[in-house]
Design a protein around this ligand. Structure first.
Ligand code: SPV
Ligand code: MG
Length: 288
């Protein structure tokens, strides 16, 4: 996908169920997002969950769908030694890619204050360490640039992108929190001018008015819808629960529920054998 001719869309998930729903909806890949996973634990997206909790969440998604999974691994959970082990754990869990961001550990969500960039060469070393640690040659390491988030500017983003590419990054993610895609367009134009043929990913959370096709035309390869599944969950569950609490019946919200039949289909209830011949099995074990 990264070396393919056109852009692809990556849907954020926070558990096995949302990963499967993303696959069913036709997305091409999964973003195992830190904000979504943290929200599902009801903790801030500020480096509070452990690496094990993140890996386990991604592993749940791996078991639930067949799409490539790119795991948001924040700042790598620590220094280069942690990054080395992190890559091994994610690879062992069958995850296809990790995306490491160039902020100091513990990072803060990009839409909040407290943004502190990592020293560029220290972060390049994390990328090189991650690449050296991978066993499968197809494993992908994405270097996420937070210069525009931290107010360090476009020149900083571009020089870091070159450094991270030289350190071995397979792709870069340029993050912006503007309400239009101006910064994304400028980054792509200047990145292409460097002649470096490294794919660029972006996260159009705040510039939702720009379509995936428009981003693709700017030169973006992977478009990540990072937090939409968790945000719709919060809204939908809140509304339905409030209605049930208020009314004397669930009738007003029945129309907005998945049917039991759809839920059963999703979780594989139709494959469950109802009449398991336990006694016969026990006999045959004894006979053997
Ligand atoms: C996440 O989904 O956790 C991300 C993307 O890192 S964002 O929250 O948009 O920074
Ligand atoms: Mg994140």
């Amino acid at each position: 996908m990264l070396s393919g001719p056109s852009h692809f869309r990556i849907m954020g998930a926070h558990d096995g169920l949302t990963a499967k729903l993303a696959e069913n909806a036709g997305f091409e890949a999964i973003w195992a997002g830190g904000l979504g996973i943290s929200s599902s634990y009801l903790v801030p997206d500020a480096g509070l969950l452990t690496m094990t909790e993140f890996v386990n969440a991604a592993a749940q998604m791996r078991a639930a769908c067949t799409l490539p999974i790119i795991a948001d691994v924040d700042a790598g959970f620590g220094d280069v030694n942690v990054v080395r082990r992190m890559v091994r754990l994610y690879e062992a869990a069958g995850i296809d890619a990790v995306c490491i961001e160039d902020k100091q550990y513990p990072k803060r969500n990009s839409f909040r204050g407290g943004q502190h960039l990592e020293e560029p060469r220290a972060f390049a070393q994390k990328i090189a360490t991650a690449k050296a640690a991978q066993c499968d040659t197809d494993f992908v390491v994405v270097a996420r640039l937070e210069s525009l988030i931290a107010g360090a500017g476009m020149d900083d983003a571009l020089s870091r992108a070159e450094l991270y590419h030289d350190a071995g990054a397979d792709a870069v993610l340029i993050h912006s929190r503007l309400s239009d895609a101006g910064e994304i367009r400028e980054f792509c134009r200047r990145w292409q001018a460097t002649g470096r043929n490294v794919p660029v990913l972006c996260v159009p959370t705040t510039y939702a008015g720009t379509t995936a096709t428009e981003l693709g035309d700017m030169g973006i390869r992977g478009i990540i819808y990072a937090n939409h599944a968790i945000r719709v969950s919060v809204k939908a569950v809140t509304e339905v629960l409030a209605s049930i609490a208020k009314h004397d019946s669930t009738a007003p919200i029945e129309y907005s529920l998945a049917s039991l039949s759809d839920l059963f289909g999703l979780i594989g209830m139709n494959d469950v054998l109802n009449d398991v011949p336990w006694e016969g099995a026990a006999d045959s074990v004894e006979a053997r």
